[in-house]
Design a protein around this ligand. Structure first.
Ligand code: FPP
Ligand code: MG
Length: 286
């Protein structure tokens, strides 16, 4: 398996240190906080192993996926195994609230993946559905991991909420940028980006915004771009619309809210690193 950016555990560790300092302690991680950083990456990895089966992906981060190497049945079991190891580590922390908060993540991941399999006929509902799916599939993990490390060091619910809101907003911003990059990255090198989401039948932010300008997209969204030429046609509509700019703008708003939340913590190098990290999430181009 290829190594990822490990951006999630990095956020969790920075958040834990920022919260420890905010709570009049030394920055050093508590053992439970370190465990949460690790568990969040394990839950994430387990969900990716399953996701590659669902999406039928043969590559991740440039390497062959587990389903490609071992087959789907073993890939599902491998994902389950990672999840079971994460559950054991979670129980070992010995804090019931933390168990509840991180179990919520697992429920959200599964619900988010289910939501992605369905579509909504109505345009307003569709956007709401997309943002809720995005929260559950991408942001819940980081939001609840940030909340979990705050529970271990501080008993003030307002502090838990700051941690949660930072994670939620940065997580949604991250995914919105990801959805934009699916249309824009590689455009300069390849002449044409991958549009992997369209090929999977998924209508993300840029398409949903484009549909407001080009209602012709509606039927394609409903049939999940399955007719001949749908992917190319939808792609053209998105380029002619300002769907990419509008999705980017929305991402910036979530990013600004993340920064506003984290700025309520006492200043520390870790808090400032989380602010810079948010800016990097918003400006990344791959
Ligand atoms: C990536 O999706 C997938 C996720 C963020 C979560 C997937 C969740 C499940 C499969 C539910 C099962 C969960 C557990 C805990 C075992 P993507 O296809 O949008 O991104 P990609 O391009 O990285 O594949
Ligand atoms: Mg996938």
């Amino acid at each position: 398996m290829a190594k990822g950016k490990a951006i999630r555990p990095m956020i969790v560790v920075l958040m834990a240190r920022a919260l420890n300092i905010h709570s009049n302690r030394a920055g050093d991680l508590l053992p439970g906080q370190r465990a949460i950083a690790m568990i969040s990456e394990m839950i994430h990895t387990a969900s990716l192993v399953h996701d590659d089966v669902i999406d039928g992906s043969d590559k991740r981060r440039g390497k062959r996926t587990i389903n490609e190497v071992w087959g789907e049945r073993k890939a599902i079991l491998a994902g389950d195994f990672i999840l079971s190891a994460a559950s054991m580590a979670l129980a070992r922390i010995g804090n019931n609230t933390v168990v509840k908060v991180l179990s919520q993540v697992i429920e959200d991941l599964v619900r988010g993946e289910f939501m992605q399999l369905g579509s909504k006929e109505n345009e307003n509902e569709r956007f709401k559905h997309y943002l809720e799916k995005t929260f559950k599939k991408t942001a819940s993990l980081i939001a609840n991991s940030c909340k979990a490390v705050s529970i271990l060091v501080n008993s003030d619910p307002e502090v838990h909420e700051i941690a949660y809101q930072y994670g939620k907003n940065v997580g949604i911003a991250f995914q919105l940028v990801d959805d934009v990059l699916d249309f824009t990255s590689g455009a300069s090198q390849l002449g044409k980006p991958t549009a992997a989401d369209l090929k999977l039948g998924l209508a993300t932010g840029p398409v949903l915004f484009a549909c407001q300008q080009f209602p012709e997209l509606h039927a394609m969204i409903m049939r999940r771009f399955s007719s001949n030429g749908d992917v190319d046609r939808a792609w053209q509509y998105v380029l002619q619309s300002d769907g990419v700019q509008q999705t980017n703008y929305l991402a910036q708003r979530y990013g600004q809210e993340a920064i506003r939340q984290i700025s309520m913590l006492r200043p520390s190098p870790e808090r400032d690193a989380l602010i810079r990290l948010t800016e990097m999430v918003l400006t990344r181009d791959k």
